[in-house]
Design a protein around this ligand. Sequence first.
Ligand SMILES: *[C@@H]1O[C@H](CO)[C@@H](O)[C@H](O)[C@H]1NC(C)=O
Ligand SMILES: *[C@@H]1O[C@H](CO)[C@@H](O)[C@H](O)[C@H]1NC(C)=O
Ligand SMILES: [Zn+2]
Length: 372
Amino acid sequence: MRLRVSLPVPIPVLVLILAATGRAAAGHGHDDDGESLHSEERGPGDSHWSYEEPERWGEHYLACSGTMQSPINIETEKTIFSPQLRPIQLSGYSLPASKKLKLKNNGHTVVLELPESLAITGGSAQQYRAVQLHLHWGSPTTAGSEHTVNGKRFAAELHVVHYNTKYDSFKAAVAQPDGLAVLGAFLEVGPRENPFYQEILKHLRKIQGEDEEVLVPGFNIAGLLPDSLHLYFRYNGSLTTPPCFQSVTWTVFNQTVMLSHDQISVLVTSLQYDYGKPLQNNFRPPQGLHKRWVLASFEPTFSRERQVPTAGQTSSSFHAGDVLAVVFGVLFAITALAFVFYVYKHRSQNARLDSPTKSKVIYTAATTENTA
Ligand SMILES: *[C@@H]1O[C@H](CO)[C@@H](O)[C@H](O)[C@H]1NC(C)=O
Ligand SMILES: *[C@@H]1O[C@H](CO)[C@@H](O)[C@H](O)[C@H]1NC(C)=O
Ligand SMILES: [Zn+2]
């Protein structure tokens, strides 16, 4: 009798398990890159690090093997809503064109030096002064953000680095537990050219080679960030490059920033390092969360999520939820139909056949044990 009920039940359970494992596998596909097998030739005494073997950074830079490293994969389901995380407030971010900023290819990324007049004034008790911003990206065919959200890697990621004004300088702050604050934003391909990013991208071909630099006119740096500065994740982590100091209060925005396909293409194909090697895939794989919490400034409910996208900015992940809901709705309907059909068939068999054959039929259909 038990078997009669157990027939339809395992189907959705099995599908759920398959869906979950399939998603997890897809989500972690980028974590290890096959390139790590090739080792880079280096000149004698060259202490340079490279993205070809990030797992070896800890050999020369102890902190890189620490337990509070960045980036991480942000699992939104496990974040903790914290109402005290106020909107990030920026000051001095709008720079006049007369203010010239140094833009440099440092062999690992493109860095825009920022004047100390730029600051984070809200969103936390401390005040932070800006130092520089830089980007992480992939290749023409692969995404290259450092943080991932539910296993999803975005096209690229912006980092705006600040130091705590309780220290005298970036250098004095860089190794302190509360020394740095980095704002992180995901870049995605959208339909339009982004005029703020263009202020950086249009100069990249002048600094193709490692250590080349150019002066660029100031612009509104805040335009590089998402529209909404009140939706974000917060956790304690590190620099994502050697020396990997665990001194960063991370703010990773939940809204993404859109660049045109051509702009992302310019970003990933313009720069070189080491005399002619393309500077690509300059992102570190996600690090273990260990005992850390990831806070969210917002409640991650489905209804709230739908309100998040605004003017040309979307958060794509909720589509997955919709698809799953439809899939399980359909599965449930099939299961219900199968059950009704089964009961009906069983009853008609009951009428026609004797009990030994009947139990055999029921037993064949029950695959409960196989799916567990
Ligand atoms: C980060 O570390 C500070 C100092 O230890 C602590 O007060 C704060 O709660 C931590 N933040 C998170 C998000 O865990
Ligand atoms: C934004 O938050 C929602 C809700 O937690 C999540 O589904 C989505 O993936 C997040 N997107 C980003 C870019 O953080
Ligand atoms: Zn960075």
